[in-house]
Design a protein around this ligand. Sequence first.
Ligand code: ADP
Length: 236
Amino acid sequence: MPSHIVLGGEALDIHIEHVAKSYRLGQVDVIALQDVTLQLPAGDFVSLSGPSGAGKSTLLGIIGGLERPDAGKILAGEQDLTALDSEGLAMYRRHSVGFIFQSFRLLPALTALENVMIPLVPLVESDEAKQKQVIEALDRVNIAHRAGHLPGELSGGEQQRVAIARAIVNGPNVILADEPTGELDRRNGELIMQLLRELNQSGAATIVVASHDPDVVGAARRQVKMEDGRVVAETA
Ligand code: ADP
């Protein structure tokens, strides 16, 4: 395992101010977030915990520019995400954010190398430069030896490492992980959290991990607890 993983760029301060979000479901509005205010200083490594439906995924989606709040403000560094148009938000996601999901979300017909290359397609022109960056990312999470394999030929833990390589290949300043160990056994879950800790220690990314697994929550440096769309507790 590499002891020190270096990413590009600088971690971002995230300020979430009075954010609210609801979804229209038939005739009813489902409240996902209500009046969430949270400061995530640059380089934070924080867990979002709480029961299913507490609003964790919605908050990750808003921090990552995948969703817009109905009210409130979200600042990533100097940038007010609520003031960006869709193209601006897409640029923010492409340049600054890395997402890691519970179910890995790798494309089954593409090799590990090709999956990790996807985020670079709009960013890097030369095929050689792309390839080099992809191999570096795979190497950082100790999975470069599986570069030519299809996801179906890899274990769950290996697939999640490929997914982490895909999340870090663009040198993100914010890494968002939604139940990243939910489909892994305990040992592989610990390995994934150790990798995230190393990425965080390199200082280049603020990391937010949503999980209801106490082991995952405890592995983060700071804990934020959510319930019914609100932040109900946070550690210093
Ligand atoms: P968590 O990640 O903590 O399980 P979510 O953010 O997924 O919580 O969900 C918060 C609430 O918003 C839940 O009541 C959920 O059913 C609802 N919700 C989330 N996404 C949608 C959606 N796309 N459409 C309708 N309701 C949604």
